[in-house]
Design a protein around this ligand. Sequence first.
Ligand SMILES: [Zn+2]
Length: 298
Amino acid sequence: MTTKIPKVYQVGDVTVTRVTEMMLGGIPPEVYFPGSWDRMFLEENRDSLPSGLIDGNSQLIVSIGTWVVKTTNHTILIDTATGNDKNLPLNPDLANLQLPYLKRLKEAGVTPEEVDYVLLTHLHVDHVGWNTKLVDGKWVPTFPNAKYVFPLAEQEYYSSEASHNKANEVNFNVYEESVLPVVEAGLTQTIGPEGGHFLEIFKFIPTPGHSIGQMSISLKSDGEEALFGADVMHHPFQVFNPDWNSMYCEFTDQARISRLRVLEYIADRPVIYFSTHFPESAAGYVTRNGDGYKWDFI
Ligand SMILES: [Zn+2]
């Protein structure tokens, strides 16, 4: 990935900047959208779709990253990508990474010490990794002055035997390396099942399905609104095909319900959608398109 000055979005009085940890290409769509992928969708819409969604071999491009929100008083991170040095024996593609994420964070104007809050939409492997870093063989909080805030249902599930199953093998060892150390450091705060407001400008909104207690996070400032959608969608193809689940959605019927609710909400309002995994800028607008929806990057 080339280093460039991050794009800064203004939402009312606050700024939002993307820090991309990884861009991943060459992903077979029939694997990523198991049981849903329809080759005809691409053939019929290839000319009208936004550019940058697929590579030259018609394989998907996705990203993993963090959103940085700066207010007058606070620096906030939303989700913390995958992290370096992680021991993920059941997820070798994301194990033992050595990526310059903290350097990119600095280029976006953030040092670890000045992060006040880390808001986590859910506790999957690619959303919690930089919560911690490996120092002298021990996992320590990467953001030592931050409060880490996440849904209680996610903590209960991923710290329990219930989550240590076949459907969850990509998340094996994730809670232990990337969540438990910040819990033990006393740096966490949980959000109850109903969601709710946080720091006045944010609201946690339950959007379960992709994971058991996932929440999207709304941002409202000075009359403007944005939504950090979490993994309600992984790729813009799902804006056009809301019934397509990704291979990582754990509770598939509920995931479809949450996706449709989010699309309906943001399509009828001037809400910027900040995705976790879309390619390109990862940000854009959903609008109505006949009976369905369409996506444009900003
Ligand atoms: Zn994810």
